[in-house]
Design a protein around this ligand. Structure first.
Ligand code: ATP
Ligand code: MG
Length: 329
């Protein structure tokens, strides 16, 4: 039994990448662990967001968590901005982190490519807030996709730095990255990761895309002109990505698939891969639309916020005391 924390940004509708790299594994984890699943809306505003769309995305993400099988009687599901301790500890950890180490984060470099003038400082200080999310719950394991590895390493460094400098308060968390599906790539630029905030709709499969759209997106996924189904991420990133997707969605190994499509070209392969994805996403979508209409959703989020606040406040109090903030009482 471990304490587990994971967050997802309500920055758009979740993609198949988010599902295979993160959500899918959460459902199994909640059986034997104490899990906190957080909708990290304060991270989403590091880039511009439309107010009404953000609100919709928050509720939608909550419904998706539940639709994939997160059970509120086993796990704590909550919204980050409803637990003030996150930004409070986030600030304290900002004061423990160095500008140099934050500027080295690849996500900051990627997302600030257009120049630093128009980029919010929140994009730079996002990792200490993420560290706060994790450390507030004395998290032992953080299950994330491969793209978050660097941020997790920073979280561990900040926890150790704080523990050494002030008082031994934080559990130093371990990162857990799934073996298969850890990095699903863009369907249009298979050397980049699939991302829900991609401007090109064809680059990702949204968890809420209808069947026809899913089939079409897989059909038009960028591959190569060889026509041989082979797993070779270096030289054949497009087809290798589809093999990963097909394999994880069907439960068949990559080797088995390669053998099954020998001499068959990409047409049949893409059709079947599309079917496998539809088979995984369509039952989730049915549950999602039921939940979105229900009153249950808000009750679950209220209860989640109350539980999360109780745990987070305990750690925050210790951290404030260790740093000398406020008064002793
Ligand atoms: P954004 O573009 O707004 O950053 P995102 O798709 O990267 O969106 P996040 O909210 O940053 O989504 O990440 C949510 C979870 O999904 C994290 O655990 C992350 O590691 C995982 N994840 C994100 N993209 C992928 C991907 N392409 N393959 C596998 N896992 C992924
Ligand atoms: Mg991301």
């Amino acid at each position: 039994m471990s304490v587990i924390f994971s967050g997802i940004q309500p920055s758009g509708t979740l993609t198949l990448g988010n599902y295979l790299g993160a959500l899918k594994h959460f459902v199994d984890l909640q059986e034997d662990n104490h899990c906190y699943f957080c909708i990290v809306d304060e991270h989403a505003i590091t880039v511009p967001q439309d107010r009404l769309k953000l609100r919709d995305n928050i509720r939608s993400l909550a419904a998706l968590y539940l639709a994939v099988g997160i059970d509120p009687s086993k796990s704590t599901l909550f919204i980050q901005s409803e637990v003030p301790a996150h930004t409070q500890l986030g600030w304290m950890l900002q004061c423990v982190s160095y500008i140099g180490e934050l500027e080295r984060m690849t996500q900051f470099k990627d997302k600030s490519q257009g120049g630093k003038e128009g980029v919010s400082s929140g994009l730079l200080t996002y990792p200490p807030l993420m560290a706060s999310d994790i450390l507030l719950y004395q998290t032992e394991v953080v299950p994330v996709g491969d793209d978050q590895k660097q941020h997790l390493e920073l979280t561990r460094n900040l926890a150790e730095r704080f523990n050494n400098k002030f008082n031994d308060i934080f559990t130093v968390p371990e990162v857990s990255i799934p073996k298969a599906g850890a990095r699903i790539m863009s369907l249009q630029q298979p050397t980049n990761k699939m991302s829900k905030s991609d401007d090109n709709q064809k680059a990702f499969i949204s968890m809420l895309d209808d069947e026809k759209t899913i089939r079409k997106k897989i059909k038009s996924a960028v591959t190569d002109s060889e026509g041989i189904v082979e797993y070779d991420p270096q030289n054949k990133p497009g087809i290798s990505n589809l093999l990963t997707i097909y394999s994880v969605c069907s439960g068949r190994s990559i080797d088995e698939l390669v053998e099954a499509y020998e001499g068959k070209g990409y047409g049949d392969f893409k059709t079947d891969a599309g079917e496998a994805v539809v088979g995984v996403l369509s039952p989730i979508q049915t549950r999602y639309y039921e939940l979105l209409e229900s009153e249950e959703l808000d009750q679950i989020l209220d209860q989640g916020a109350a539980q999360a606040n109780r745990s987070a406040e305990k750690t925050l109090k210790k951290a404030k005391k260790a740093m000398g903030l406020g008064r002793v009482h």
